[in-house]
Ligand binder design. Structure first.
Ligand code: GAF
Length: 369
């Protein structure tokens, strides 16, 4: 669906459900990350691309019960009733509620709010559905109550909601790509300074996004989940006496190799994946997609061997993608499943995609960008 179709569809859903016209509609895209995984909460570099046609649409209108939020979602086929005073309850509406508390607490306390939400982003596919929901919620709430905020500030606010209200210790990549990014264009972001640059990719090649069929779960990732990696990085910083792992460079690898397992692996991944991003941006500028593909593979192997966040299914898809002619392939997103992104010559995309679907029953092609 195009963005216009999506916002028209969520507006219609709002009207049907609430019998009134919404005050505003907003849309925010998901993202695929091309290089630089888990580097964002380590002050490093990332290279995400906002997605065309995959995102979250939201329609908002004032309600008639002060402080009450009636949130309807076609996608989840349910209405959730919350109040602006509620805390986290482990439901999808937490993301919305946290954002409303952050930017429209007093307004919603007075007017109440009606919300309709639709998403074309599959949950758990590693394409940042939660960040898109947060960014759309914040942008819509600001518009409804007549306030403005820069896209960068929206991203910062959305990340704070996810860290502090939802309880997921993520970095800023997803919210930044969704709020500031330009769909279909890669974004080279320094997560420490928030300096960024949009970088075009070659028109002769496409990124094929393959859902592995293994759903990742980052908020309660169990004992070996996202929060564990964040804690391990903090422990590695202590062991190496640096503030953030991105203070280190490839020249520090000997020192890194000397600290205990698995902290050495975690630090090594961050240093190497930061370098993959820097080299990848040069490759894109030089239209050297063959080298870019090699960096994607190196990044996948670093996620597999050092960060240890890949699963058998994504490893197998990457291997098959390369044998089917992809120039590069890697697991993308938070990890433990989700999606694989493969770099493929444009005129090979259909044949390539079919071979993947034939080989792996649980896969689907989510996007070609
Ligand atoms: C998730 C997080 F939300 C991001 O901040 C980032 O750390 C990513 O995992 C891994 O690169 O999407």
């Amino acid at each position: 669906m195009t963005q216009e179709k999506e916002t028209a569809s969520v507006k219609a859903a709002f009207e049907k459900h609430f019998g009134q016209t919404p005050g505003v509609v907003a849309y925010s895209p998901g993202r695929v990350n091309l290089l630089g995984e888990h580097t964002d909460y380590n002050g490093g570099f990332v290279l995400p691309m906002a997605l065309r046609g995959l995102g979250v649409s939201i329609a908002l209108g004032k309600g008639d019960k002060p402080g009450v939020i009636e949130a309807y979602s076609d996608t989840f086929d349910q209405t959730e009733l919350r109040t602006i005073e509620d805390g986290r309850e482990g439901r999808w509406s937490d993301y919305l509620l946290g954002c409303l508390k952050a930017v429209a607490y007093e307004d919603v306390a007075v007017t109440g709010l009606r919300v309709a939400l639709e998403t074309t982003l599959p949950m758990g596919a590693g394409l940042s559905s939660s960040a898109a929901l947060e960014v759309a919620s914040i942008k819509a709430a600001l518009a409804l109550f007549g306030r403005t905020m820069s896209s960068v500030d929206v991203a910062v606010k959305a990340r704070a909601v996810e860290n502090e209200f939802v309880g997921m210790p993520c970095g800023i990549m997803d919210q930044f790509a969704s709020s500031v990014g330009d769909p279909g264009v890669a974004m080279f972001l320094n997560t420490r300074t928030l300096d960024y640059e949009l970088v075009e990719t070659s028109p002769d090649f496409a990124f094929v996004i393959i859902a592995s069929g293994v759903s990742h779960q980052l908020v309660d990732g169990g004992e070996d989940g996202y929060a564990t990696r964040v804690a391990e990085c903090q422990a590695a910083c202590k062991a190496l006496n640096v503030e953030m792992l991105s203070d280190l460079g490839v020249g520090d690898l000997d020192r890194i190799n000397g600290i205990s397992e698995p902290l050495n692996r975690r630090a090594r991944h961050i240093v190497n994946d930061n370098k993959h991003v820097l080299d990848g941006v040069v490759a894109l500028r030089n239209h050297d997609m063959a080298f870019f593909g090699k960096l994607m593979v190196a990044s996948h192997l670093s996620q597999k061997d050092d960060y240890q966040i890949t699963v058998d299914e994504t490893d197998a898809i990457v291997e098959a993608a390369l044998s089917f002619g992809a120039l590069g392939a890697r697991q993308t997103g938070g990890g433990w499943g989700g999606s694989v992104v493969a770099l493929v010559e444009k005129d090979q995309v259909d044949a390539f995609s079919q071979r993947i679907l034939d080989r792996f029953e649980k896969t689907s092609i989510l996007a070609v960008t």
